[in-house]
Design a protein around this ligand. Structure first.
Ligand SMILES: Cc1cc2nc3c(=O)[nH]c(=O)nc-3n(C[C@H](O)[C@H](O)[C@H](O)COP(=O)(O)OP(=O)(O)OC[C@H]3O[C@@H](n4cnc5c(N)ncnc54)[C@H](O)[C@@H]3O)c2cc1C
Length: 417
């Protein structure tokens, strides 16, 4: 399909009129695909071009560390009919630069003109220094990564996972399920140290042991050698494979020199309508941070729901509709060690923590209150709490902390009347 647009072939930009403007979306992941879909939903009639560096049909990432890894699903391609939507897909094309003065993108195949640009290039995993190129070292971000990991599980290698974050926990779950010996090395004193405070994350350490994985906290990797991982304290861990899950950073290097403002974390600094510092250029999904009036801070959210919701704001703005500022209650889920873990909202260390239920039980939750209202909720095996909590966070109604703490009372009944 590439090059089928005569305007593009001629290097001519679109009409510039609202409905007919040529929208180019860079990044064909969840946020990019949803932007294309939302543009059509909201009545944009002009050309839409979706460019993605990966050669595969656009796909969803959460199954990569779950069903796809376990072999219970074969693929996770989005069920979107791009042809029916009249969206031009250009796959296997990496965008290397942006020249706003010319309203053009640079690719190996030549320049691509745009009237409106949407940056949706997502994130790339952080690598472990010194481990690049060492045989048997893996990351888990792409379909190709997952395909490379499937034989590791099938052959039941001894696996060392570096990082007890979301990806590390989910990979460890799959690897234990496949019968691998699993050691997880974590520099902090608990799992998910970057995401959750100690009192919420501590019970999760036991899940590792219970599954038969060994969790080494306070342990730092000194170096990775073929077949083994050497820790700073001298311990040597045999490793048929090493999976590094130590975070991700926005994939925005290609914007250097473009004039699009980036934050210190590398994220595009979007405004509350997901506009960037450059006119007619928007940014959405894992690559962009936005100011949240709800939480009084700028948020960089690396979760699926944000890549689903943000595109609606972008599409409304492009289509010229009166869009409300983008200020979602962030939400994500994780499936690890046989548990369904969900989190909604955003909490700060000064917020009041209320425990709901016993972490020794199958279901429990932790709520965070600010000025008596719910600002965040972690729910383990309590999806109803999460659904009700999400609505309470949005409404901001004051709650009775004693009722919040009583797991036998529906969360919605804790509203003070
Ligand atoms: C293994 C895994 C499991 C996950 N599980 C969960 C979960 O259970 N729950 C949850 O809430 N979230 C989960 N997430 C997070 C969620 O998948 C992401 O937040 C979401 O994919 C972000 O979508 P995105 O479109 O912003 O970015 P991405 O999905 O990263 O897509 C960006 C796309 O842009 C392309 N691209 C990058 N640079 C360029 C360029 N210069 N030119 C052209 N194309 C480019 C990339 O190749 C990529 O395909 C998971 C993520 C991973 C990796």
């Amino acid at each position: 399909m590439a090059g089928s647009d005569p305007a593009a072939a001629a290097g001519v930009a679109g009409t510039g009129a609202t409905g007919g403007r040529r929208v180019v979306v860079v990044g064909a992941g969840m946020a990019g695909v949803q932007t294309a879909v939302a543009l059509r939903d909201q009545g944009h009639t002009g050309p839409v071009v979706l460019i993605g560096a990966e050669p595969h049909q656009p796909y969803d990432r959460p199954p990569l560390s779950k069903a796809l890894l376990l072999g219970t699903a074969e693929g996770s391609a989005f069920e979107v009919d791009f042809e029916a939507l009249d969206v031009e897909l250009r796959l296997g094309v990496e965008v290397s630069g942006l020249r706003p003065a010319d309203r053009e993108l640079d690719t190996e195949a030549g320049p691509v003109p745009y009237d409106v640009l949407v940056i949706a290039t997502g994130a790339v995993p952080v690598t472990l220094p010194g481990s690049e190129g060492v045989p048997g070292v893996h990351l888990l971000r792409t379909l190709d990564d997952a395909e490379r990991l499937r034989p590791v599980l099938a052959d039941q290698h001894d696996v060392v996972v570096v990082g007890a974050g979301w990806i590390g926990a989910e990979f460890a779950t799959a690897a234990r399920g496949a019968g691998c010996a699993v050691t997880v090395v974590e520099a902090a004193d608990r799992p998910l140290a970057g995401a959750l405070p100690a009192e919420a994350a501590e019970p999760m350490a036991e899940w590792y042991e219970e599954s038969g994985a060994q969790l080494l906290t306070g342990a730092r990797v000194d170096r990775v050698e073929p077949g083994q991982v050497v820790l700073e304290d001298g311990r040597v861990l045999p490793a048929g494979a090493v999976v590094v899950g130590i975070g991700a950073r926005p994939a925005t290097g290609w914007l250097a020199g473009s004039g699009v403002d980036l934050g210190p974390d590398g994220a595009v600094l979007a405004d509350d309508h997901l506009r960037t510092s450059v006119p007619d250029v928007y940014a959405v999904g894992d690559c962009a941070s936005f100011p949240s009036a709800r939480y009084g801070t700028r948020l960089l959210v690396h979760h699926w729901d944000n890549a689903l919701q943000g595109p609606r704001t972008v599409a409304a703005a492009v289509a010229g509709a009166q869009a409300r500022p983008y200020d979602p209650v962030p939400y994500f889920w994780s499936e690890q060690f046989g548990r369904f873990v969900q989190y909604a909202g955003h909490h700060a260390s000064a917020d009041t923590t209320v425990h709901r239920g016993d972490p020794a039980d199958a279901g429990w939750a932790v709520a965070w209150l600010r000025d008596g209202a719910l600002v965040a909720l972690l729910a383990v095996g309590r999806p109803r709490d999460l659904a009700q909590g999400r609505r309470l966070i949005e409404s901001g109604e004051p709650l009775d902390p004693a009722l919040v703490a009583d797991a036998s009372v529906p969360l919605k009944s804790a509203v003070l009347t």
